[in-house]
Design a protein around this ligand. Sequence first.
Ligand code: ADP
Ligand code: MG
Ligand code: MG
Length: 247
Amino acid sequence: MLAINNLHAQIEDGVEILKGINLQINPGEVHAIMGPNGAGKSTLSSVIAGKEDYEVTEGEILFRGENIVEDAPEERAHKGVFMSFQYPVEIPGVSVTNFIKAALNETRKANGLEDMPAKEMLALIRENSEKLGIKRDFLSRSLNEGFSGGEKKRNEIFQMMMLNPKLAILDETDSGLDIDALRIVADGVNSFRNENNAVLLITHYQRLLDYIQPDFVHVLAGGKIIKTGDKNLALELEERGYDWLLN
Ligand code: ADP
Ligand code: MG
Ligand code: MG
């Protein structure tokens, strides 16, 4: 699904943030990335999604066998890479539903498919919104306008489930997930994950991994993956912090 080889990336003023990342994700796997603040976790997710603030100076990102380093963010999205907060914009007058319909049909078009028939779309919206406990009035609200943290999170996970990407990258930033948001993310990921897709979950919260069983846990520090383990590594980090891994 994803093979990142010796990836180096810098911000525009030449400061290197990612210093040789190697990461392999197979279909059906959930990988968690943890690490101290400023380690480069968000940078890694942005670089995979193709955010233009960063320049890849070395290495490759193979997505389903194809190097996507030169692809624009939209092209990567069309190929099946989803990143949370890819669409954080407030769009007054455009509802949650209309936005996701447009995004889904745009992706289909980019892949040579016709628009999804309205009936099918409606059924899909219903199925996914029910899974997430989303109410009808939420679906008709203007996108992101006045959304609470939990509502933003719910919308983000809804977008993921509707677009049904091959690879979902969820960066649970430091902004603080309350217990409700934690549950939304966990339930969403658990219902999304299957043997044909993969999830890269960036998190500070060991607790999230009580709800989402990762296959691998990686520690990112100083722009490199310094340790990889299974879910027990997350528990160990919870107990011991990161210092024992840094020298
Ligand atoms: P994490 O998500 O692990 O907390 P980040 O990827 O956000 O870490 O940041 C890693 C380092 O890169 C930090 O020192 C941060 O200040 C710096 N950095 C990341 N993105 C930018 C940017 N666009 N401009 C300037 N510095 C950045
Ligand atoms: Mg941070
Ligand atoms: Mg971050």
